[in-house]
Design a protein around this ligand. Sequence first.
Ligand SMILES: *[C@@H]1O[C@H](CO)[C@@H](O)[C@H](O)[C@H]1NC(C)=O
Ligand SMILES: *[C@@H]1O[C@H](CO)[C@@H](O)[C@H](O)[C@H]1NC(C)=O
Ligand SMILES: *[C@@H]1O[C@H](CO)[C@@H](O)[C@H](O)[C@H]1NC(C)=O
Ligand SMILES: *[C@@H]1O[C@H](CO)[C@@H](O)[C@H](O)[C@H]1NC(C)=O
Ligand SMILES: *[C@@H]1O[C@H](CO)[C@@H](O)[C@H](O)[C@H]1NC(C)=O
Ligand SMILES: [Zn+2]
Length: 421
Amino acid sequence: MLSLRALLAFSLCRFISGYSEKERAHNLTYKYPLIDGHNDIALQLRILHNNKLSKINLTHLNKVATDISRLRAGHVQTQMFAVYTLCGAQQMDAVRLTLEQIDVVRRMCTEFPDFELVTSTQELRASATNKKIACLISIEGGHSIDSSLPALRMFYLLGVRSMSLTHSCNTPWAESSSTFYDVFIRHNNSLTTFGKAVVDEMNRLGMIVDISHTSWGTASAVLKHSKAPVIFSHSSSYTICNHSRNVPDWLLHELKKNRGLIMVNFYSPFVSCKSEANVFHLADHFDHIKRVIGAESIGIGGDFDGGNSFPEGLEDVSKYPVIIQELLKRNWTEDELADVLRRNFLRVFEEVEGVRDQLRWKKPSEEEIPLQEVENPCRSVLQRPSLRKLSSNQSPSLRAEGSLNLLYLGLVLLFSLSLRG
Ligand SMILES: *[C@@H]1O[C@H](CO)[C@@H](O)[C@H](O)[C@H]1NC(C)=O
Ligand SMILES: *[C@@H]1O[C@H](CO)[C@@H](O)[C@H](O)[C@H]1NC(C)=O
Ligand SMILES: *[C@@H]1O[C@H](CO)[C@@H](O)[C@H](O)[C@H]1NC(C)=O
Ligand SMILES: *[C@@H]1O[C@H](CO)[C@@H](O)[C@H](O)[C@H]1NC(C)=O
Ligand SMILES: *[C@@H]1O[C@H](CO)[C@@H](O)[C@H](O)[C@H]1NC(C)=O
Ligand SMILES: [Zn+2]
């Protein structure tokens, strides 16, 4: 009798505390709405809709894990949207494809009034006050800049505020955690002289350096070299799941020294090392990283729409409060969770802006990658054009010497006319 009553009381207690933890998680994410480090909806827009936004309504989307109504339900206030170009486009049309992905994110974030494109911490905070979902653009994979600092700077002008140095392929100047593509293999140089110049230029511009997807060697070299804190925008703990995309404890210590951030990835194969996972597996990553370097180094980078398998109960962007609830159960304080949800990222981004301000005296870098490191048939060799070399089908009218002279004459005439006008 007594034991039954005790059991009842216990269950009621569990029920009430469970209920209040759910409410606490919602209240907390309402008060400290999430800044998430990585989302691949732009890739899905390319795959499923060929970027034709006029054909869809972002408020509700099928077949994907991200849309406006679910971002709202999940209390996502800022989303770093990845602009990603497949590694196969390296040394081909990666730059154009990246521009097209930037275009689709910019259109998404300007044509739908729930979103707002932001490029600074000041704008990010203002968008929170205005109840908007702030969009930050981040390039995923350094191959997008085709080894060109001027290209990097132009991406900055288009609003890009973060770039991961590699995706699953090495670049001529940085190394990937994946060995799937055997390009640009070096055995003793995970961040080349030009790679360091890329990091320097990102520091100067105020672009966050992202070392998710890089090899540990490259990550370590970047952590030693960067003047500003850096992030793993979507990586988890290697001790909990030994996947090469995850971060080992020795590297976490280097990250802490750099004042950087690891934004925990939810993709099941990185969470449980299996195709299925649950919220307990995911919470183990948070617990472990907190034990090693503290809650002040942790963020969230869900990686939704970047893979097809997410933990049970955490299938889309509306579910973020579920992990917060589990961490509350594991006695994380509200202060620690406010840091994880938002304040740590704001601190890092502000420090990145601070380094940019300190480097105002610096001119844009004119460092170039050595030509022999990027020679390939798709890269133009810059020299005075030799018109005679043009093949017949390229420009039949310029073939003969005579018509060339005519062209010259025409240009001279045009020039003198324009002087008079
Ligand atoms: C959640 O917030 C509401 C409204 O502010 C408040 O009434 C409620 O007590 C809070 N719940 C918990 C569990 O903190
Ligand atoms: C998208 O759908 C929402 C609600 O379902 C509606 O309010 C909105 O007007 C739609 N937007 C466009 C551009 O059709
Ligand atoms: C790296 O390896 C290359 C070729 O194996 C060699 O020429 C070079 O000296 C090495 N550099 C360093 C710093 O060890
Ligand atoms: C990862 O861990 C699994 C089981 O814990 C083990 O079988 C495997 O060899 C490990 N892989 C690496 C690369 O350490
Ligand atoms: C959380 O704290 C309570 C009260 O101090 C304790 O009973 C419980 O075991 C702790 N739970 C965890 C998962 O640490
Ligand atoms: Zn990724």
